[in-house]
Design a binder for this molecule. Structure first.
Ligand SMILES: Nc1nc2c([nH]c(=O)n2[C@H]2C[C@H](O)[C@@H](COP(=O)(O)OP(=O)(O)OP(=O)(O)O)O2)c(=O)[nH]1
Length: 165
């Protein structure tokens, strides 16, 4: 069976659900989580979540790290944006950040289990499919803008632009 790819008018696309992700990197490791609830429950990801009304992406990513891991990332750097056209949930516009410093001790909560992960051992088979397209490049310091079409949890199409140095 051939699956028809949903037509997306990216010129006028607007993600109904703004969201964030944070990747803290220190000493050759990145702080990932096993996500215990919400969208992508059971997957490995960075901490993050939906932006509340009135919140900036930066305020959201700090709050989500506090809620999920009891840490406060310092000086978050915006690295990219991910536009997800989804089939079964509202479309998601995700702002992705990195940080090299944080306050607090990464702690397991009802939302997440912290997983310090070697940069060369990222468990892509436990992550969202698109992460293979951008995560390694971002961790190497490259900024990006990506668009993705998903059918359920399957990525049907993607387009990724890397910012010129
Ligand atoms: N790495 C990666 N992250 C994704 C993808 N799709 C996607 O929604 N995410 C992230 C963005 C958000 O951080 C998170 C979805 O928000 P959430 O359900 O965790 O939001 P939340 O914590 O506010 O939710 P809640 O349970 O408190 O209602 O998943 C993807 O394809 N790859």
């Amino acid at each position: 069976m051939v699956m028809a790819i949903r037509e997306v008018d990216w010129q006028h696309w607007h993600g109904e659900m703004p969201a964030t992700l944070m990747f803290v990197v220190q000493e050759g490791k990145v702080l990932l989580i096993e996500k215990l609830r919400g969208i992508g429950k059971g997957k490995v990801n960075g901490p993050g979540g939906k932006i509340d009304p009135g919140e900036t992406p930066e305020q959201c990513v700090v709050r989500e790290c506090q809620e999920e891991l009891h840490i406060t990332p310092l000086d978050p750097v915006k690295m990219g944006e991910l536009c997800f056209a989804m089939s079964d949930i509202p479309d998601i516009h995700c702002h992705v950040f990195m940080a090299t410093r944080y306050e607090g001790v990464p702690t397991a909560t009802e939302e997440a289990i912290p997983l310090w992960t070697d940069l060369d051992q990222i468990p892509y088979d436990r992550m969202w499919e698109d992460d293979r397209c951008w995560l390694a490049g971002m961790l190497a310091g490259r900024k990006f803008f990506g668009r993705f079409i998903f059918e359920g949890e399957t990525m049907l199409w993607h387009e990724l632009d890397w910012q010129a140095h």
